[in-house]
Design a protein around this ligand. Structure first.
Ligand SMILES: *Cc1c(COP(=O)(O)O)cnc(C)c1O
Length: 497
């Protein structure tokens, strides 16, 4: 299977292997890499997958896309990435919230958020790619983060062969728990640094490093190159397809649905990566009916799905589901490419860059509307959903998951569609414990992370996840704060060991 850019002209497609796509992340023309065809999942495949554990399922599905990887290597990597040690109790278990409403819990990994599902395996895929492409240099991963991604990337890349990682976060732009998680990070190949400014300053700093030719030369002389762990990398997307297939197998195995029965999926969405993975699973032939795209008050995607107009020129809200506070959903480009081809995609992306908006042609909009529905939740609705779901269903949801639950319920009320809805639950309630406590009227002694976690645990009679509990007592290793202008010097530093 070859990969090509979403903006590449159909006449002279430049194709690369999956290893190359994972190593480079972004295509040279600024587009995103996509496989040249989507493999079919046969009923025999599903039958075989049903009997496997998560790691085996992951290797099976990944090998359909990463055809230049050795199957045995993928199996070994998946066994390690999705081990019982890293995902105690299983990688992607399903809980029942309500009749025909299930939660696919993607947060049982080392950082308690769904990014672990991809970031535990992707570094291993990169490490293999460096070997198969005979890369002599080390890869230096740069990440600007507003919270979840930074920690998940650090945990994924720590002590991985041939790779170093630097994470930059805005000094006052992450929660105390998130900051604590990052500054106590273990591993010999990691660097964590606060940046004076907001998330955009950190993000622009990283982008500037990526596009600085003289810096690339200096890195090259020192024996490394810069790379990204961003969700636009195919190496992050492919592993996300697995859990939809895995969940379907589990639902059949547990007798919740019959084999072949169609279900709906609802995904709390930011960058459109997670829901796009569900779309690929559907294209492969998994019996998924409707894909419900759930947003918070930054409802640019809801409007897009309903009207065909993508307009990022609007007010930006900071919400209690910060990982979805996004106005440019990068992975949407992949959907445009599948529905409309590369020429249209290049046009629309250009228009987005120049004017901040674009309008879909009528035919493409109706294609998208046949599959996707868009809903959003205000902050009040999100808090009310956390409360009602806890009080009425005994299910404790984080704010991102609550956006998904609320949107799924809205969809059901509006359409009376009786199909089972699988909600992608993207974070542990403990990761956003302060807002969860406030929503279900639990008082906290102070805003110290340890007090908040203890209050949630005592108030709901649930356990603090081990990794978060451990973070509370770990020593701080990284306390540097730099100006944005000092980031490039910082990025050159880590490899000097
Ligand atoms: C990243 C993230 C999301 C959004 O996922 P996308 O793939 O960007 O749509 C939702 N919830 C949580 C907790 C996240 O960390």
């Amino acid at each position: 299977m070859n990969y090509r850019s979403t903006r590449d002209s159909a006449k002279s497609p430049a194709v690369v292997s999956s290893a190359e796509a994972i190593k480079t992340g972004l295509a040279p023309d600024g587009g995103l890499y996509m496989p040249d065809h989507i493999p079919r999942l046969s009923s025999e495949d599903v039958l075989a997958l049903r009997k496997m554990n998560y790691a085996e399922r992951a290797a099976y599905v990944l090998s359909m896309f990463l055809t230049d990887y050795d199957k045995k290597d993928l199996e070994a990597d998946c066994r390690e990435a999705y081990s019982e040690e890293r995902f105690p109790g299983g990688a992607a278990p399903i809980s029942t919230i309500d009749k025909k409403l299930c939660s696919l819990e993607l947060w049982h990994g080392p950082t308690c958020a769904f990014k672990d599902m991809a970031l535990q395996i992707m570094p291993r895929l990169l490490s293999r790619a460096l070997k198969t492409t005979e890369e002599k240099r080390r890869a230096h991963i740069l990440v600007a983060t507003s919270g979840d991604t930074g920690k998940a990337a650090l945990e994924g890349y720590k002590d991985v062969d041939g790779v170093d990682i630097s994470v930059f976060y805005p000094v006052d732009g992450v929660s105390r728990m998130q900051k604590m998680q990052m500054t106590t990070q273990e591993g010999e190949n990691v660097n964590v640094c606060a940046v004076r400014g907001n998330f955009d300053d950190a993000q622009n700093g990283v982008k500037a490093i990526f596009s600085d030719k003289s810096l690339a030369e200096k890195a090259d002389e020192a024996g490394f190159f810069f790379s990204s762990a961003n969700s636009i990398n195919w190496g992050r997307l492919a592993p996300q397809i697995v859990y939809y297939i895995s969940a379907y197998c589990d639902l059949v195995e547990n007798g919740e649905i019959t084999d072949g029965e169609r279900i709906n999926v609802c995904v709390p969405t930011g960058n459109f990566g997670n829901i796009f993975a569900a779309f690929i699973a559907k294209m492969m032939g998994l019996p998924l009916a409707r894909l419900i795209c759930a947003s918070n008050s930054n409802c640019v995607l809801t409007d897009f799905i309903r009207t065909g107009v993508y307009d990022r020129t609007r007010e930006f809200f900071k919400t209690m589901s910060p990982s979805m506070d996004i106005l440019i959903s990068s992975n949407l480009e992949r959907l445009l490419y599948i529905c409309g081809g590369s020429a249209l995609t290049a046009d629309l992306m250009n228009s987005l860059k120049e004017t901040g908006k674009y309008t879909l042609p009528e035919g493409i909009l109706s294609m998208i509307q046949r599959i996707f529905s868009g809903y959003y939740m205000s902050e009040e609705e999100t808090a009310a959903t956390i409360r009602d779901t806890y009080k009425n269903n005994g299910y404790l949801a984080d704010p991102h998951t609550a956006v998904g639950i609320g949107c799924a319920r809205k969809y059901r009320e509006e359409t009376a569609d009786p199909k089972l809805i699988l909600i992608a639950s993207t974070a542990s309630p403990y990761k956003f414990a302060a807002d969860v406590c406030a929503s279900i009227d639990i008082e906290t002694q102070s805003d110290e992370p340890r007090h908040i976690l203890a209050a949630l645990s005592n108030g709901t009679n649930t356990k603090i996840p081990k990794p978060l509990e451990r973070t509370l007592t770990m020593p701080v290793r990284f306390d540097r704060v730099v100006d944005p202008s000092e980031m490039s010097a910082e990025a050159l530093k880590v490899n000097r060991k």
